[in-house]
Design a protein around this ligand. Structure first.
Ligand code: PGA
Length: 251
């Protein structure tokens, strides 16, 4: 059985005080939840304070990115996986489309970040997804397949098993336009097939694949009901504890 994961990506929102307050409100609202793992990814500056606030809660913390370099060194502006772990995070998002689009993230750097995250003991949440132009050109699976092979190529099956993938079609992020459950399911099944080829059927069967892109309380249940959708990566609707808690309680 794959345990679903509902993860909130707070992007560049919230001061430390706001992040701690939202995390506290969320922790109260999901205190009895056991059907899924609940994760929030605040900005780097708030990770330690949020993790401290959630010390006794069933909500875990993620970073939104991590350095590709595993060891400390002269890399101005970067934050290593070990630093993120020490601050209290247990997951790291890597390869988000905004990082690919605006900050030069490539499949090669994503691959290195996965390795760095795993080496530190973090669970990488690896984002893939096609643009609207790529989908319209009939290339969605080609693009996602290439991103997956690029990101996961050097990993053993047991390393792949310690990661989470998030399928986030770029055209659905922050646009209010969600992939239909059928479109999402089709891509999730394809992704599981790529893992089966690369890491074997057993690993593919166990790996969690989240859907992201305009997930809201109103559409969470039908998305999560799909057989190959194992949770969600939520942006806008995770910023308020109430709406995020409703998504966590999609059942
Ligand atoms: P959204 O963002 O839910 O606001 O569409 C999702 C994401 O970027 O992870």
């Amino acid at each position: 059985m794959r345990k679903p994961v509902i993860a909130g990506n707070w992007k560049m929102y919230k001061t430390i005080a706001e992040a701690v307050a939202t995390a506290g409100a969320l922790a109260r609202q999901v205190a009895d939840v056991s059907h899924c793992e609940v994760v929030i990814a605040p900005p780097f500056t708030a990770i330690a304070a949020v993790a401290e606030r959630l010390r006794d809660a069933n909500v875990r913390v993620s970073s939104q990115d991590v350095a590709a370099e595993a060891k400390q060194g002269a890399f101005t502006g970067e934050v290593s996986a070990e630093m993120v772990l020490e601050a209290g995070a247990r997951y790291c998002i890597v390869g988000h489309s905004e990082r690919r689009q605006f900050y030069g993230e490539t499949d090669e750097s994503v691959a290195r970040k996965i390795v760095a995250g795993l080496a530190a003991g973090l669970t990488p949440i690896v984002c893939v997804g096609e643009t609207l132009a790529e989908r319209d050109a009939g290339e969605a699976e080609t693009v996602v397949g290439r991103q997956l092979r690029g990101a996961f190529s050097g990993l053993t099956a047991s390393e792949v098993a310690r990661t989470i993938t998030a399928y986030e079609p770029v055209w659905a992020i922050g646009t209010g336009r969600t992939a239909t459950p059928e479109t999402a399911q089709q891509m999730h099944r394809f992704i599981r097939g790529v893992f089966a080829e690369a890491a074997g059927a057993e690993t593919a069967d166990g790996v969690r694949i989240l859907y992201g892109g305009s997930v809201k309380p109103e559409n969470a249940a039908e998305l999560m009901a799909q057989p190959d959708i194992d949770g969600g990566l939520v942006g806008g609707a995770s910023l308020e504890a109430d709406s995020f808690a409703k998504i966590v309680r999609y059942q």
